[in-house]
Design a protein around this ligand. Sequence first.
Ligand code: PGA
Length: 251
Amino acid sequence: MPDRVPLVAANWKMHKTIEESERFLAEFLPKAPASGPEVVVCPPFLSLKTAVEHCAQSRVRVAAQNMHEEAEGAFTGEVSAPMLLELGVDGVILGHSERRQHFGESDGALCRKVPAALSSGLEPILCVGENESQRDSDETEGILTRQIEADLANVADDRLSDVVIAYEPVWAIGTGRTATPEQAQEAIALIRGLIEGRSGEAAAAIRILYGGSVKPDNAAELISQPDVDGALVGGASLDPADFAAIVDAAS
Ligand code: PGA
């Protein structure tokens, strides 16, 4: 069996002020496990510093939800890897479907963002996934193949296992419609196979998460699938008790 440490990440999206972030962490951190799965919280930019400070004495790490691929420049409204690193941030979600859908995030940008995150020392959590009409017309495999090939094109084979991939079927995000454990396993095995095409070693080591309506009552079954290495959790990560229960399910 491959020795992959499960990872559970909280994607708060555009939720929680600084004060609300502090309140969440005051309640969640005492429940966070002292060993076992890695836990990452991904607050909005403005709460990152507070989150890093609160998590400093724990094993919980902090990641951002987006970054620009350049270190600095005339890119109004953007944030770069050095700025995140200065705060003590550890990683960054890249290519979330909401960014692809609402903000024009493209594979062309992602193939620059993923290596930029890696070379600056941030752990990228790269999101991929098909939408409902693509699944209905049997395009899932083609979509995942295109996204994985394009987004990781500029990552050297020996750095592939430093990327975390999140398979997030768009039709399951925020809808309460979870992929079945079999659907999650099948898609994630396919992604692992694509990585294997580049490096067997990386395929055995890379962590691939499932995301899309993960809740305390379905997390254990999803995460126990052989290729599923954890979860990227949206809605249910906003509540400290629910998120703690999902982390427990990965233990
Ligand atoms: P959800 O979101 O858990 O609310 O479906 C998951 C995500 O978008 O990462």
